[in-house]
Ligand binder design. Sequence first.
Ligand code: GLC
Length: 498
Amino acid sequence: MGLLWWGRGLGAAFLRTADNLRVRVAFAAAEAAPFVKVGGLADVAGSLPQAIARLGWDVTLYLPLHGTIDQATWGITGTAPERSVPYGASHVRVAYPSVERDGVRVVFVANRRIGRDRVYGAPDDAKRYAFFCRSVAEAIAQDVPDVVHAHDWHAALLVPMIARRAPTVFTIHNLAYQGQTSAAVLAPLGLASAKLPVEKRGECNPMARAIARADIVSTVSPRYASEILTPEFGEGLDGLLRQRVADVRGIVNGIDTALFDPARDPHIAERYTADDQRGKAACKAALQRQGGLRVDPESPLLGVIGRLVEQKGIDLLTAVAPDLLEGGAQLVVLGTGDPAYEERWAKLRERYPSRLFLTLGFDAVLAQRIYAGCDLFLMPSRFEPCGLGQLISLRYGTIPVVRAVGGLADTVHDLDLHPRDGNGFSFTQYDRAAFSGALARALRALRRGGDAWSALRTRAMREDHSWGPSATAYADVYRLAQERNVRAADGERTPLSY
Ligand code: GLC
């Protein structure tokens, strides 16, 4: 290939060629599909490493061996290498079984302090993930990669632990979860306890520490990258982020286009493509049938998939639902979340059994049928770092109606503002009237149908939301992190102290 990469020497850069040595990146994340999935982080950590590997990098992904990961299914068997991990005054035995998947080495960090039945929500999550970071740091310190890429607060403390030894990139998937805990977690990791200005006395904010220390801080869309610099979206860290603005990047997420593909999806009633969309009507009828709705091609079918929480605009959805259902639309909702909202939706189902198909849970197969079978897909988020649902629905020719915020603003372009290349409908003000207005415009266009609607769908389906361009952007960010790290080692840039 003859491509040149900058590797890191002791304070001085040396050249590495892709021919003689592949550049190595180590990912660390709390969840990754298909092994374990709670939210969008799993989709990204389960497909971005593969996309980076396809660019020629040598990629390792570190994941906690959660109790829910089925070891037999994934072939996580046999004897695994073990290490004695220093942790405070003691040493803890940790095993590192690994598997190979699509060109990526996935290393599971196995210890009973880490592996539980739930990925999140244990009372000692902060300590648990701190120990995960310590174990990953130990493994990579033995064989230092060229770049370390940590995701969200769970892997955040890896950044200060490893920053002197390797260039680091920290990706924010959701700034609302920072992992704040007691500063007592720091000492066993060998980290200084001096506090950051954003921390209260005696507090440790893992996400803030990673933001302060990483060579590059990235987030999952350009719009969210600029939003988080403001008090409205900064979750108290906007000041710190503004200090790092020169090192903040926004790279939009991609999706796994082999998994989400209406031309090959094994779970949908009939397959279809942008050129021949006839199968989509069969998918709609099958979904109506499965949900006990009236099988009617003329009734608009609207989908919602996601956590039923404020971030996702569940209050707006709940407010507009009765009008939509009374107006003749049908709704399919899949997700779990705030119990108060779950209850209100269960009541709506009692009132409108033939118009609302509600599933309070997660079901990947049903999700694909919803993406394929619906006419419109709704995401009125309060904030949205990237959002994947709108990208998947575009791929299935299901037109998104979204609030123009974060990644939704970057990927959905309102048809009325962009008649030639719009791919959905959007609104700006977070209120019921604005959402209803966008819905009314979308429903009018759907009812009018005809060539304009098919052209819209075709455009949506033809868009490229694969990882390709974003993986290349990450590779550039890795090279930038290497450069920055070399300079920091040379004393040109002093990382923010803490
Ligand atoms: C989080 C964000 C979502 C993003 C996902 C993957 O779940 O809320 O917007 O798409 O992470 O980056």
